[in-house]
Structure formats: structure tokens, C-alpha cells
Write a protein that binds this ligand. Structure first.
Ligand code: SF4
Length: 287
């Protein structure tokens, strides 16, 4: 189990004056550095082996957990390994395979459309630029950034539900619209850090800084957070709120990277409840 860095004693003093922009930027970058130490293994939580698989998995992650997507995609990728195969799929057969992810008819339609687009307009290869990606049916800007950042190495911010909630709790922005959040954070965090800052922030949101009850008493960046105290402060109770590897539970990926300190997720039909899945998605987000 991952050693959980516990919250340092947090002194709450009333701020004498509003934080300057410079101080806020420095604090944001420190949050990024400290989260980088805690989640040194942060990574996309969708299983994939090539850009097409990541694109498919990201589209499927709308309105469900990455865990459920990862449990569903092995059968999908085995049946349709390439865009050409998927474009030629029998819609009903594809829908049946996608059923565990919910909204399976709409998702099947998106996958058929984007696969045909990749086959017909891009020679069967997922394009590696934002304009071409968003021209594919069912592919929004954030889905495109997930693919660009993680399959093509192009820096991108992924503003999903966790990311938006956390940067607002950290008072790095007050925006609620994803594109405005993205634009403001892009001014604060260096471009070379965008992809990893997104992963670290989403990891923190899924494991510690939960939507309803953040585990403030077990939070390693409590000293940098103006919202400290919004959640559970008692260290023992806070520890019980931790999820995935932080709580000694399996993660979301069936095939996690080699440096992942937790356990892999169980396959479909395994005990998914044990993972502490939080209902949030990377890219549900991502649309
Ligand atoms: S709200 Fe609590 S759990 Fe979230 S970052 Fe702040 S101190 Fe940590």
C-alpha cells in the first residue's frame, strides 16, 4: 500500500490582505510540485495501447468511471482492433459490447462515426492535432486533449469534474465554464506541465479531495489550500475516506503502469465495489 503523506499541522491565520497574483501563481506551482511527489506515478487511468484505443476509451468514459471503461474495452478492442474494423461493425453487436458503460447506443453511434472518419479522411490513423480530432463525430475539445496529451505527447489541460472542483477550491480560478478554466490555468501553470498537472489534480480529486467530503485531515497539501476545513479534519476519520491505492484498494486500470504502487483493478464481473470507484470520469469530462 502506498505510504500516505499525512497532513502537516495547518495553522489557520486570517489573511491580512488578499493574495497577490504572484503569490497565487507561486502557490499553484508549489501545489503542482508537491502533488508530483505524492502522485509520482500519476497517469491516465484508462487502459490503452495506441491512440485509437485511447480515443475509444475516452469517448466511452462519458458518464461512467474509468474502471468500468477499462473492464469493458478488452472485449471491444479484441473484436475491433482497428478503425476499419470498428467502422464496419454491426451496430447491434457493438452496442451489446458497450452496454456496461451506459448510454451505449449513443456511444456506439459515436464510435462508428469517428472510426469511419478516421478510415475515410485520415488513412486509418488517428490524427495528432486538435483541429482534425474535433472534426470527428463525438470528439469534443477535452477528449481531443486527453488523446493529444497522452498518446501524442502534446501538452494539454484536461478540465474534468475533478479538475474544475479542485482548482476552484485552491482559488486558482473562479470560472465554472471548462474552456474558461482551461484558459486561466494555462496562464498559471507552465505549458510543459499541463498534462502531468492534470493527472495529478485528477488523482488528488479521486483519492483525497472528494466532491462531497474531502479528506482534509489526510491531505498532503493542506497548508497550500484555502479550502482546508471544508471536509473531514479528524486524521483517523479522514484516512478512512481515501480511495484506490491511497486507501489500500485496487486502482482503476486493469493494466496499470509498472510504477503504480497499488493493485490492478479486477476484470468485468470482479468486485468493482472494492475499488472505491467514485463515479467521476476523466473525460466524461472530456466532452
Ligand atoms: S479541500 Fe481539503 S482535501 Fe481538498 S485540497 Fe484542500 S485541504 Fe486538501
Amino acid at each position: 500500500m502506498t505510504p500516505v503523506k499525512t497532513a502537516k499541522a495547518v495553522k489557520k491565520t486570517a489573511p491580512a490582505k488578499p493574495e497577490s497574483r504572484l503569490a497565487m501563481v507561486r502557490r499553484a506551482r508549489r501545489i503542482n510540485r508537491e502533488l508530483g511527489e505524492v502522485y509520482y506515478y500519476a497517469h491516465p487511468e484508462l487502459d490503452f495501447e495506441n491512440p485509437f484505443q485511447l480515443l475509444v476509451a475516452t469517448v466511452l468514459s462519458a458518464q461512467t468511471t474509468d474502471l468500468r471503461v477499462n473492464q469493458t474495452t478488452p472485449a471491444v478492442f479484441a473484436a475491433y482492433p482497428t478503425p476499419e474494423d470498428m467502422a464496419a461493425a454491426d451496430p447491434e453487436k457493438l452496442e451489446e459490447l458497450l452496454r456496461p458503460t451506459g448510454f451505449f447506443r449513443a456511444k456506439a453511434k459515436s464510435l462508428l462515426g469517428l472510426s469511419a472518419g478516421i478510415r475515410d479522411r485520415f488513412g486509418g490513423e488517428v490524427p495528432g492535432n486538435i483541429e482534425d480530432l474535433v472534426s470527428l463525430p463525438g470528439v469534443g475539445r477535452k477528449t481531443a486533449f486527453v488523446v493529444l496529451g497522452n498518446a501524442f505527447g502534446v501538452p494539454g489541460l484536461t478540465v474534468d469534474t475533478h479538475f474544475g472542483r479542485l482548482v476552484r477550491r485552491w482559488r486558482l480560478t473562479e470560472q465554472t465554464d471548462a474552456e474558461k478554466v482551461e484558459a486561466e490555468i494555462a496562464e498559471i501553470i507552465p505549458k510543459s506541465e499541463w498534462t502531468m498537472f492534470s493527472h495529478r489534480t485528477i488523482f488528488h480529486g479521486r483519492r483525497i479531495c472528494h466532491s462531497r467530503k474531502p479528506a482534509c485531515g489526510a491531505c498532503p497539501i493542506a497548508q497550500l489550500c484555502p479550502s482546508y476545513g471544508e471536509g473531514e479534519l479528524d486524521p483517523e476519520k479522514a484516512k478512512k475516506l481515501l480511495k484506490y491505492e491511497m486507501g489500500g484498494l485496487p486502482g482503476q486500470r486493469l493494466k496499470p503502469p509498472a510504477d503504480y504502487p497499488g493493485r490492478p483493478a479486477p476484470p468485468l464481473g470482479g468486485n468493482g465495489a472494492e475499488t472505491g470507484a467514485d463515479g467521476g470520469s476523466t473525460a466524461g469530462a472530456a466532452r
